[in-house]
Design a protein around this ligand. Structure first.
Ligand SMILES: Nc1ncnc2c1ncn2[C@@H]1O[C@H](COP(=O)(O)OP(=O)(O)OP(=O)(O)O)[C@@H](O)[C@H]1O
Length: 254
């Protein structure tokens, strides 16, 4: 059993206070105060360009923050001790096309400090989880889009992170693969991991335990799908989002 770490326990795994981010002179995250619950799949849903990736970059510590504070697993976002505890899969998988799957996994595993048997077991586990068996010796540059997306996820999962941040992990995947990946996400949460999964496809919202609805750098709602439907009186989450984003609703929220 691993030693207790900051952020273990019942509190939120992420909390943000008055977070403001400007990029290229543009206000991208507009004074966000929020939290992300432990042991759940939280969906970050909103249209293209609303700031989802920017928020994820803040959580992993690669985005300059203009104002506010963000705590991840009890430490300031980007703290070196979080490197091995937070897994991040970017939208375009950040892996080496000129290395094989096995070489990529070995390289990233070693960067995370895994060695010997521990590394071999971690590699075998993610290959099984992401259904990448038999591809070990193939160059990643020859993989299909769906296979490549799974390599990015496999790397993010290598160290069994406590917090997984997945930027549009199912975009462009076929329905069977999407269903399998959502089952994997919930399985990981059942094992104690916390997940933040972004999407701009509203039909994925219903698969999340809890939702952050985002638009133009602000949150429209932070609640479970059921609560959001109840609050808006909408029959589906897409209509709920549109209702929350309408000017009249925005006036009510302010
Ligand atoms: N490197 C950058 N410099 C300046 N502005 C940027 C940069 N990257 C993104 N932006 C701007 O920040 C805003 C938010 O972008 P972000 O990538 O966070 O959105 P997103 O919700 O993740 O979009 P998508 O769903 O298309 O990935 C957009 O207006 C975008 O143009």
């Amino acid at each position: 059993m691993k030693n207790a770490e900051p952020g273990d326990g019942a509190g939120p795994v992420v909390s943000g206070q008055d977070l403001v981010v400007r990029r290229g002179g543009q206000l991208v995250l507009d004074d966000l105060t929020f939290s992300i619950a432990a042991g759940k799949v939280t969906g970050l849903l909103g249209p293209s360009g609303c700031g989802k990736t920017t928020l994820m970059r803040v959580l992993v510590g690669v985005q300059m923050v203009t104002a506010g504070t963000v705590t991840v697993l009890g430490l300031p976002a980007g703290h070196p001790r979080l490197r091995a505890r937070v897994g991040y899969a970017t939208q375009a998988p950040a892996v080496y096309p000129d290395l094989t799957l096995g070489e990529n996994l070995r390289y990233f595993g070693m960067v995370l400090g895994l060695r010997g048997r521990q590394l071999r077991e971690a590699m075998a586990a993610v290959v099984a989880q992401l259904d990448l068996g038999g591809l070990d010796r193939r160059l990643v540059g020859t993989f299909s889009g769906g296979q490549l997306a799974r390599v990015g996820l496999a790397v993010a999962l290598l160290n069994r992170p406590d917090l997984l941040i997945l930027d549009e992990p199912t975009v462009g995947l076929d329905p069977v693969l999407r269903r399998d990946l959502w089952a994997l996400f919930h399985g990981l949460a059942a094992d104690g991991a916390s997940l933040l999964v972004s999407s701009h496809v509203m039909d994925e919202a219903a698969r999340c335990d809890t939702l952050l609805f985002m638009r133009e750098g602000r949150f429209l709602a932070e609640a479970s799908p059921v609560e959001i439907l109840k609050r808006t009186g909408a029959s589906d989450l897409e209509s709920a989002f549109l209702a929350l984003a309408s000017p009249e609703r925005r006036a009510v929220r302010q």
